[in-house]
Design a protein around this ligand. Sequence first.
Ligand SMILES: [Zn+2]
Length: 137
Amino acid sequence: MHELSICQSLLKEVARAIANQSEVQSKAVVTAVDIALGPLSGVDPGQLLRAFELARWGTLAETAVLRIEPVPVTVWCAECETESTVPPNALVCSMCGTWRVSLRSGADLSLRSVTLSDPDGPAPKEGTCPEEKADVY
Ligand SMILES: [Zn+2]
């Protein structure tokens, strides 16, 4: 499964990113992982989300959500010196129509940010206040 191996390397990247913040590392929990995903990356966002749910188990991102930010496809035309945003199936310059363009973005899958829970803040758990819960009835 292609997407699963992508998620596993993504989670390794997440672990490396957290390892740099040594003081929060021990207690912090990853709550969200933001990635940028271009339509030409060959990765299906839906399958990636499903694969992430499997891949996150046993990692620091076990309860994290994966947020996918779509990246537009842009090409650069050296003739017009113009960058155009184009559909993924039509990589041509929007000014002159040439196909002799270079891809600027749209094929990438990259880690944008990792959101950590605040280890000193209130625990994001439910049912920590049993009295209040009883009042519902
Ligand atoms: Zn052009």
